[in-house]
Design a protein around this ligand. Sequence first.
Ligand SMILES: Nc1nc2c(ncn2[C@@H]2O[C@H](COP(=O)(O)OP(=O)(O)OP(=O)(O)O)[C@@H](O)[C@H]2O)c(=O)[nH]1
Ligand SMILES: [Zn+2]
Length: 196
Amino acid sequence: MMKIQAQSNIPTDFGIFSMYAFSEEASDWNPHFAVVAENTDFNETVNVRFHSECITGEIFHSKKCECGQQLDAAMKFMAENGGVIIYLRQEGRNIGIINKLKAYALQEKGFDTVEANLKLGLPADGRNFDIAVEILKILKIQKINLLTNNPDKLKSLENTGIILDRRLPLEIDSNEVNESYLVKKKDYFGHLLEKV
Ligand SMILES: Nc1nc2c(ncn2[C@@H]2O[C@H](COP(=O)(O)OP(=O)(O)OP(=O)(O)O)[C@@H](O)[C@H]2O)c(=O)[nH]1
Ligand SMILES: [Zn+2]
């Protein structure tokens, strides 16, 4: 069973957060995280972001997606309003970084973000958000606002006992590279995007 393996404060440019690592085994090198802003009251409605890992976007500032900017915007929002970022080790919509780089290589040849995954024999989106729900339950969070544009994340809360108060949009302006990626998100995955 997944549980809290460790917890510590981390001072950041946005403020102080408390970082929890979750895994089944303490030896797991890729635990999921809950990153909790100061002044977050778990007994009130809690602002929450489910965020899937994106090494290219978050660490190397790739312009192919908007993940890094979304993570920064979410941290800023949580620092100002209280809340929790649940950081899921679901790199590349859960196909892993090696497969994501293979998918990017196919995208260089003209396949789009969905076609490239399918061409590799992988699902367009291999995630489910049950782990995030499990983390909310471990933290005893009952009622949330979810920062997302992704309808699947909203659906994942149905019949879980977690109450969704509001969806809070987290929309980033497109750049010259990622516009078609964002259009595909909207048209294929049904993301609630208003700027594309
Ligand atoms: N396979 C694949 N994964 C990608 C690609 N571009 C971004 N990703 C991954 O897509 C995921 C995006 O996750 P999130 O930031 O949680 O966002 P989301 O599901 O779009 O929903 P929001 O909550 O609206 O941001 C990350 O795991 C990225 O690594 C791509 O072209 N191919
Ligand atoms: Zn990304």
